[in-house]
Ligand binder design. Structure first.
Ligand code: SAH
Length: 232
């Protein structure tokens, strides 16, 4: 069974977007994963196909209606659908590589993309949506966030990445940022590739990379360094 993504959005034309190209695009064509973009507006009932309304209590902007969204979700994921239901939201738990891995190991995801000020709180509770944030900044809509999440998940699906090893050595996989990379030419604007990397001594190379990785993590992400059992 392949990973199945259903995305609820006011802009289905944004999908697959960037995920139709490169690794993710080839995997989509090969059937390694599937993507269904569902127009939320199709579940409105009035003649203007209204999906939002003014916020209770007043204030700026509009709020997406619980009743319309509930119909869209129930259509995309009828009772018994095993896939987690996610809401892209700056108030959500920040997305991590660990959560991405969990999702990639599962049956897929139903992803709701917010617009305007966000969605009615009762919908989040009634459909038990897991709020997921991609970072401490505000996007104009959940669609780019959904694309980011799916990109991170799809590349982990079996057979998507040519060289499976590279996935395991990357930043975050072992709780550290990755070491720097170099390739030919040997000299670039007077800068050489570090000697050790052309030594052919694999033990030394591994030790150098590990040291670089720890140093970078300490400098740039003291939070990760502090959480790591082996970094002092
Ligand atoms: N008023 C809201 C922001 C709404 S932004 C607030 O202050 O919290 C509109 C939509 O964009 C949101 O409903 C959400 O779906 C999406 N979005 C914005 N920033 C996001 C982020 N950092 N991560 C995930 N989704 C985000």
């Amino acid at each position: 069974m392949s990973f199945s993504a259903s995305v609820l959005t006011l802009y289905p034309e944004m999908f697959p977007g960037a995920l139709g190209l490169s690794l993710a695009g080839r995997a989509l064509e090969a059937g390694t994963w599937s993507l269904q973009a569902i127009q939320i507006r199709d579940f409105a009932t009035d003649k203007h196909r209204t999906v939002d309304d003014t916020p209770a209590g007043g204030g700026a902007g509009m709020v997406m209606r619980a009743d319309v969204l509930a119909r869209a979700i129930d259509h995309a994921a009828p009772a018994g659908d095993p896939r987690p239901r996610l809401l892209m939201s700056p108030r959500g738990k920040p997305l991590t590589q660990a959560r991405v891995r969990d999702l990639a190991a599962g049956p897929g995801a139903v992803i709701l993309c917010g617009r305007f000020e966000g969605v009615d709180q009762r919908l989040i509770e009634a459909r038990e949506l897991e709020e997921v944030s991609i970072g401490d900044f505000i996007l104009s809509g959940g669609e780019p966030a959904a694309l980011v999440l799916l990109d991170a998940v799809v590349r982990l699906l079996p057979g998507v990445m040519g060289n499976a090893v590279s996935g395991e050595e990357e930043s975050f996989e072992n709780g550290l940022l990755e070491h720097p990379h170099y390739t030919r030419p040997q000299e670039f604007e007077g800068r050489q590739i570090p000697e050790v990397l052309i030594s052919g001594n694999h033990k030394k190379i591994a030790a150098w990379r590990r040291e670089q990785s720890e140093r970078l993590t300490k400098d740039r992400r003291p939070d990760l360094a502090a959480a790591h059992p082996l970094v002092k």
